[in-house]
Design a protein around this ligand. Structure first.
Ligand code: NAP
Ligand code: COA
Length: 270
């Protein structure tokens, strides 16, 4: 038995959707007939994403905006309404990450990640609400660090924990409007910027830490995003769903190991 998704005629908007996991989600929806709009800071990323999505033969759009800037997020939604109409699936996945011990993190270093991940998600949610179609599916991309404390990730743990609670509260408040709000917490996903930044030295241990015996793929996460946006998930809201091969707890051991590796490398340079 398999599931065949068909999103023909649906409009999907993905903030932070031009690269990595979120672009994988964009491609999956486009491959199933949806019109897809991606948004991020860098014009080059937006243009490259549009070019790749065009190959699916669906309506495609892209905007340059920084989720830290509420006005620029609002302008994106205004443009989308003018060109595209109401949004059926809204995904907020922009994020920033780097390894840094809390005692070495500047105020701005902590703030920049909270601004992108948490404040940015609030901006996308707050600005996007009025542009959603009845019955819309809203998905935030969170991380295992939201619930598992991880060394060298104080900024990310704090920001993503906020994303989880924001997701739960919006599910409460928007349920009466028929809008479902959920979050996906990917585990270690192969070939991503996140993995390159957090486990730069050894993928082997990360694989060993995952009960299903492999790193995740962008398609794994995209499958969950499509399920959550399908009628099969019509009674699911306020859920934070891991997509991690069963290994969130163990996989972060690898992140800790990366932190130790980087700290040792820095010490060796002194
Ligand atoms: P990625 O490729 O770096 O994706 C981040 C995206 O966000 C990019 O398209 C980036 O494009 C955009 N972005 C960053 N800052 C932005 C801002 N201020 N405003 C607007 N857009 C912004 O990283 P990824 O590894 O695929 O991660 C994607 C999501 O999955 C993140 O939410 C991350 O926390 C989550 N996650 C990843 C993993 C993993 O294994 N990789 C595990 C758990 C959770 P521009 O540079 O053009 O802005
Ligand atoms: N260790 C400690 N502090 C760091 C750091 C690191 N590796 N990288 C950045 N910072 C600090 C900077 O020093 C600066 O603080 P300061 O002003 O006190 O010096 C602060 O963070 C902001 O850095 P800046 O480079 O100006 O931010 P930016 O807005 O240009 O970029 C980042 C945001 C830092 C999150 C950048 O890594 C980014 O754009 N990431 C997006 C892609 C990504 O992280 N993908 C993975 C998702 S899981």
């Amino acid at each position: 038995m398999d599931i065949q998704f068909d999103f023909t005629g649906k409009k999907v908007v993905i903030f932070g959707g031009t690269t990595g996991i979120n672009f994988g989600i964009a491609e999956a929806f486009a491959a199933r007939g949806a019109a897809v709009v991606v948004v991020s800071r860098k014009r080059a990323n937006v243009d490259a994403a549009i070019e790749k999505l065009d190959a699916y033969g669906v309506p495609v759009g892209g905007f340059v905006a920084d989720v830290r800037d509420m006005r620029s997020v609002e302008e994106v939604f205004e443009s989308i309404r003018a060109e595209w109409g109401a949004i059926d699936v809204l995904i907020s996945g922009a994020a920033g990450n780097f390894l840094a011990e809390a005692s070495a993190l500047s105020s701005n270093g902590f703030k920049v990640v909270v601004d992108i991940d948490l404040n940015g998600t609030f901006h996308v949610m707050r600005a996007g609400l009025d542009y959603l179609a009845p019955g819309a599916s809203v998905i935030n991309i969170t991380a295992p660090q939201a619930s598992i404390p991880v060394r060298y990730q104080a900024h990310v743990c704090a920001a993503k924990a906020g994303v989880d609670q924001l997701t739960r509260v919006l599910a409460l408040e928007w349920g009466a409007k028929g809008i479902r709000v959920n979050a996906i917490a990917p585990g270690p996903i192969a070939g991503t910027e996140g993995m390159a930044r957090l486990t730069p030295h050894d993928d082997g241990a990360a694989i060993e830490s995952v009960p299903l015996g492999r790193l995740g793929t962008k398609d794994d996460v995209a499958g969950l995003a499509m399920f959550l946006s399908s009628s099969a998930a019509r009674y699911i809201s306020g859920a934070i769903i891991p997509c991690d091969g069963g290994g969130s707890g163990e996989s972060v051991l690898q992140i800790q190991e990366a932190g130790r590796f980087l700290a040792a490398a820095a010490a060796a340079q002194q």
